[in-house]
Design a binder for this molecule. Structure first.
Ligand code: 6U4
Ligand code: NA
Ligand code: NA
Length: 161
């Protein structure tokens, strides 16, 4: 892998629910994820995370960094360094954009009283199920994963820090 590229991925978690977006185009199309993208050369990761949340969901949030992930994909010449951010509040109205269709999911797995669907791990990146519980518990985390060409996660390691 020639180089590493910086990305962000950001989530709103409040009152038993988490905001995810269904990605309509580009990398990770048809998967649910947080809101994020590439960190531009003049930005800090936090600035990029705030900008991407505005661009992809229409909202502004006081994001805080909660995790660091490092991925490689067999068929992509750069490695991914992804800073993960979370906020427990936001301002503005959530909107669907060309890139993302936002929706709320229940953070209490399978709670029969919740009107919201559970977090759709089977339609998310394979690594998410390993670190999302730490994000929801407010525990900082770090991790890595290696993906092969068909998108299968071959090796992984995640831990609280
Ligand atoms: P452009 O081309 O500028 O529209 P941009 O919005 O900058 O793209 P995008 O959406 O391609 O970037 O960024 C990829 C997004 O996918 C980032 O939020 C990071 C996230 N991502 C990549 N691999 C991931 C993985 N294995 N698990 C995960 N999120 C991942 O949960
Ligand atoms: Na994006
Ligand atoms: Na971008």
């Amino acid at each position: 892998f020639e180089k590493v590229k910086l990305y962000t991925n950001a989530f709103i978690v409040e009152e038993g629910r988490i905001l995810l977006g269904y990605k309509k185009r580009g990398f990770g199309k048809d998967l649910y994820n947080g809101f994020g993208g590439k960190v531009e050369p003049q930005e800090t990761p936090l600035e990029a995370a705030v900008r991407e949340m505005q661009e992809e969901a229409g909202i502004t949030a006081p994001l805080k960094k909660c995790g660091t992930l490092f991925f490689v994909c067999e068929d992509i010449d750069h490695a991914f360094h992804i800073d993960i951010f979370v906020a427990d509040e936001y301002t503005g109205a959530i909107i669907e954009t060309d890139e993302m269709r936002p929706g709320w999911f229940s953070t209490s797995q399978g709670a029969p009283s919740s009107e919201l669907p559970p977090i759709p791990y089977s339609r998310m990146w394979a690594d998410d199920v390993f670190w999302m519980p730490m994000l929801l518990a407010g525990k900082p985390f770090i991790g890595r994963a290696d993906f092969v060409q068909d998108g299968t996660m071959q090796k992984w390691w995640f831990a609280e820090v």
